[in-house]
Design a protein around this ligand. Sequence first.
Ligand code: DGY
Length: 331
Amino acid sequence: MPKPKVFVTRIIPDAGLEKVKFHCDAEIWPDLMPPPYSVLLEKAAGAEGLLTTLNDRIDADLLGCSPRLRVVSNFAVGFNNIDVEAATKLGIPVGNTPDVLTDATADFAFCLMIAAARRLIEGERAIHASKWRTWEPMGYIGVDLIGKTLGIVGMGRIGFALAKRCHLGWGMRVVYTDVHANAAAEKELGAERVDLDVLLAESDFVSAHTNLTEETRGLFNAEAFRKMKRTAVFVNTARGPLLVEKDLYEALRTGEIFAAGLDVTDPEPMAPDNPLLSLPNAVIAPHIASATTRTRNAMAEIAADNLLTGLDGRPLRCFVNPEVEPQRRKV
Ligand code: DGY
């Protein structure tokens, strides 16, 4: 029995890659940079399975030109890079890697919150620029977290995990917006579900955890920043296009909000001349919230399992589109 032909678009941890190599005829893209779309098209056209990352655009055209494709396994919890509706129509199951990155991502959102609130990067830059002259009674004054209000936009797994840390560790009040009420967050943390306007007006920290959809694209714009407190810190560990970067720049530059911490930008990487990089009150990381050994290994294992179960015609371990089952492509 020949092994199924798969294309893996990046080198992922051995915890998953070894399994894929053992069970499949796998071609693995070796570069640091993702394969260009034209290469992806060509590889997908002959593949039965794809193991992709959030950098790969898996759109309706690509899916339509891939007659043998029986599964797309994304090495990420987010799947906005994949046209899931088109995949479902074509009978192609799509997998992702939820849960295992919740803690690492919530930790990193907290890290951005406190780094931005306490002006850590500004201070560090000053040292590197030989500008640290003395201890200053009035220098680098930041904002506290203790007892403040945290606004979670999207109370899913990661939002809840951040809210837990902030409520249980820092005594923060939690307000949130979500299309669904989160009963556990309300019971365990006393979280209050409010309108976005109320959240923006009352929160000292606003953290974005919502999916990127056509409804949420550009949600954090000039109007939203205007509604926030002048002492507010905005954090985004979800997806870059949730915010309008030039509006955030203006809000930070003019002191409309105090600071921001971003792990995601639009595009990625951020252009070196992006004005946000010139601001002392913007803390920007290169999309690394899930980057811990344990987390990335666990993501690799799930991504491999999704790929292999998908090729076998079994339900995926983490299924984005279980509704595909009745019309699923057969070997
Ligand atoms: C995801 O999984 O969607 C993150 O953005 C990267 O781990």
